[in-house]
Design a protein around this ligand. Sequence first.
Ligand code: FES
Length: 90
Amino acid sequence: MTKPRVVDRRGMSIDLEPGSYHWCACGRSRNQPFCDGSHEGTGIEPVAIELTEPKRIKLCLCKRSGHAPRCDGSHNQIGAEEVDGPMPDA
Ligand code: FES
């Protein structure tokens, strides 16, 4: 399995409406923090989020959270040199 890319060393707070979402676990999506299908071939699968009511969620961008898709502070253990950043434009 490919190692997830570290997009950033912080979580992203986002207001979501009820519905289904897929959090990007591989760090390759250009639509962070959500999946755009770029995990294909990595062996990493997105994590489904199902909401029945509007909710503010802090989603993980470092892709190392122990409680994915939510940020759990694990990004504090990551050094700046480990950050891959967002995927470059195709
Ligand atoms: S961004 Fe906070 S745990 Fe990943």
